[in-house]
Design a protein around this ligand. Structure first.
Ligand SMILES: [Fe+2]
Length: 217
């Protein structure tokens, strides 16, 4: 199983803090049945250190290989950072060997005014937009049709495993289940920041397999 969203590269964001923690996460991922991981460090400004990310991806990738896990590099680019990155250099933030770029918004913010225009700009660069955890955004919980608009624009939606385990009757959980029932998600991922998150990922994965389809990747 491929985990497309994970903060396993140490020292770059609020995920793993050091190499030991990255390795712990690898072991937890293996126990959860993960065979490939896309490392998606947060990109919150244009000064993201690609050289460091690539070097650490290689370092952690060697440990991953020993466990039979393939490690790929991607990013989770914040919407506000996108405006600061020249359009013709955005492709470097895509998941390795693809044209897919993972984008996140402020969880508690409002829908950006220029969203539609800028998504089309990115798509004109040949990028496929993956929206990270749409069920977690306040503006989607209030106005679920926004997620349908994303689909109509050709964006793909990625479910966060943690959302399925959110407290019963919480807005995040309701939003996630509503979108699952409407078959709106293309992807499913852990968004793991620490080893324990893979225990939750296992529980959520078992639930999805028992209750929904296998085609959600
Ligand atoms: Fe994330």
């Amino acid at each position: 199983m491929l985990d497309r969203h994970c903060h396993i590269i140490y020292g770059l964001d609020d995920g793993a803090m050091d190499l030991n923690e990255s390795i712990e996460m690898l072991h937890a991922a293996k126990n959860a049945g993960v065979t490939a991981i896309v490392a998606t460090p947060h990109v919150c400004n244009k000064t993201f250190d690609f050289q460091l990310a690539k070097a650490r991806k290689e370092e952690i990738g060697n440990h991953a290989k020993e466990l039979g896990i393939e490690l790929l590099l991607g990013a989770e680019v914040h919407w506000n950072a996108l405006a600061k990155i020249p359009l013709d250099s955005i492709a470097q933030y895509c998941m390795e060997n693809t044209n897919e770029i993972l984008i996140e918004f402020n969880l508690h913010g409002t829908l950006p005014d220029d969203m539609t225009h800028r998504i089309y700009d990115l798509q004109r660069q040949g990028l496929t937009i993956i929206i990270a955890h749409p069920e977690r955004y306040e503006f989607v919980k209030k106005t679920p049709a926004i997620a349908l608009d994303w689909l109509e624009m050709g964006c793909l939606l990625q479910l966060d495993a943690n959302s399925l385990l959110a407290p019963l009757y919480s807005a995040t959980r309701k939003s996630a289940f509503a979108m699952l029932k409407q078959d709106m998600y293309t992807y499913y991922a852990s968004d793991a920041h620490k080893a324990d998150d893979y225990t939750r990922f296992s529980r959520a994965t078992a639930w999805i397999k028992n209750n929904y389809r296998d085609s959600i990747a």
